[in-house]
Write a protein that binds this ligand. Structure first.
Ligand code: PMP
Length: 468
């Protein structure tokens, strides 16, 4: 089924030489470099269009992950390139530190605030989701200090959450292998169970009961620490990198109540869920959460240029502005004019093409149905979706939800097999996840799900051969 196309790259690349140089000089993030080199090095992606990537070896790949959950309007948008070009000619850079601003940073702030409803009027910029979460930590600590409650310091997060790769981001995240390599988390951050019914519920426990139990783990931790010492709770509305963990319906309402009861700030990390992914502009809107701080990135510019932000509720900004004096925080590229101009145009495209409505009414429900057809497969224990976020749970025993030993091994096989079928889905442990561009059409969803089924069949053959 390997499809080979003539690549029409802007430049005529010498792919073998690029692969050699890549191995010689390029250190890839989240990569076992020794293993990569042993396998012959990286696949070189040279161009992309719509939902498809083209590599230097002539393959056309259906990108079921929108890059890293970010290319919401799809690849090859000329108007985004032109927007960047024009902005770079007019004003490529100026900072927003010293009583200055640029038109794109102002306009984007107003636009993002308008998408967030009544409680949010201020936007603080950075360049990545990780930096947005570092910013959140700084704001939360500053807030409680100003409120005269300097002991309110600890932020509660969840195991298996992903909040970034900087020191604060990785500490807020609940990825144990990341903690282990860098002696994290830093003090003042603690983790509780995640609302992952498939993986963590007891036999016979309903999703509703499990959702309440997972929420009460937060309350228990607050009581252990003393509410006077707890500053905030942070959660992705749907945990993305953790494996598209869609909490049971009982979870977030309970979390909201707990945050209110003990006077915690609620942080909704919308880095993946924001900008249409779940069928609303933001994931907290889909799930009925009322956060105080909202880190966002990725879909904000559809990945065309790096940009992230924290939306700050009036409750928080009023205290920080009234009593806080100068906020000693910011980045050289906070509110970068070209990135802001592209983000603004990206939002305009989403509005013009009704992409959020399309996910909500059409492609989200279609993806749910299409993935559900995989439930008859012997390896599939569950499929779940919210908007254009989807997960397929691979397990050893469908009835008991027993996992294969060495979590991640079988998932990685399946990920490699789907790539052989010219489509991309990522393995988070043994959970196959999809997060395609929001422009994906129904026929392309069919192709993606057909490739997943084929990859699951190939994986089943491996499992039988290896006696796993
Ligand atoms: N938060 C969430 C929910 C994420 O998914 C990510 C990235 N996958 C981040 C934060 C970190 O973003 P970045 O990689 O841009 O630093």
């Amino acid at each position: 089924m390997t499809e080979t196309l003539e690549t029409q790259s802007v430049r005529n690349y010498d792919i073998e030489e690029l692969k050699r140089l890549d191995m010689a000089h390029h250190w890839h993030p989240f990569t076992d470099t020794k293993a990569l080199h042993k396998e012959g090095g990286a696949r070189v992606i040279t161009r992309a269009e719509g939902c498809y990537l083209y590599d230097g070896d002539g393959h056309k790949l259906l990108d079921g992950m929108a890059g890293l959950w970010c290319v919401n309007v799809g690849y090859g948008r000329q108007e985004l390139a032109e927007t960047a070009y024009r902005q770079m000619l007019e004003l490529p850079y100026y900072n927003t530190f010293f009583k200055t601003a640029t038109p794109p940073a102002i306009e984007l702030s107003a636009k993002v605030a308008s998408l967030l409803g009544d409680n949010f009027h201020h936007i603080f910029y950075s360049n990545s989701g990780s930096e947005a979460n570092d910013t959140v930590l700084r704001m939360v600590r500053h807030y409680w200090n100003l409120k005269g409650q300097p002991n309110k310091k600890t932020i509660i997060s969840r195991w298996n959450a992903y909040h970034g790769s900087t020191v604060a981001g990785a500490s807020l995240g609940g990825m144990k292998p990341m903690h282990k390599q860098a002696d994290l988390p830093i003090p003042g951050i603690t983790h509780v169970m995640q609302p992952h019914w498939f993986q963590e519920a007891e036999q016979g426990e309903t999703p509703e009961d499990f959702g309440k139990r997972a929420a009460h783990a937060i309350e228990q931790r607050i009581l252990e620490l003393g509410p006077e010492n707890v500053a905030a709770f942070i959660g992705e509305p749907v945990q993305g990198a953790g494996g598209v963990v869609i909490p049971p319906s009982t979870y977030w309402p309970e979390v909201q109540k707990i945050c209110q009861k003990y006077d915690l700030l609620l942080i909704a990390d919308e880095v993946i869920c924001g900008f249409g992914r779940t069928g609303s502009w933001f994931g907290h809107q889909t799930l009925g959460i009322k956060p105080d701080l909202i880190p966002m990135a990725k879909g904000m510019s559809s990945g065309y240029l790096p940009i992230s932000a924290v939306a700050v509720s009036d409750k928080v900004s009023e205290t920080l502005f009234e009593k806080g004096g100068e906020f000693y925080h910011g980045y050289t590229y906070s509110g970068h004019p070209a990135a802001c101009a592209v983000a603004l145009r990206n939002i305009e495209i989403m509005e013009r093409e009704h992409l959020v409505e399309k996910v909500h009414n059409e492609t989200g429900p279609y993806l749910a149905e299409a993935l559900a057809t995989l439930r008859d497969h012997p390896l599939v224990g569950e499929t779940r979706t919210l908007g254009l976020l989807g997960a397929v749970e691979i397990c050893k025993n469908k009835e008991t939800r027993e996992r294969f030993a060495d979590l991640g091994k079988v998932g990685t096989m399946c990920r490699d097999h789907i790539m052989e079928r010219n489509a991309i889905s990522r393995a988070c442990g043994d959970t196959m996840v999809v997060s395609p561009p929001l422009i994906i059409e129904k026929g392309q969803i069919d192709d993606l799900v057909a490739a997943l089924r084929g990859a699951l069949d190939d994986t089943m053959a491996d499992v039988e051969k290896l006696g796993l």
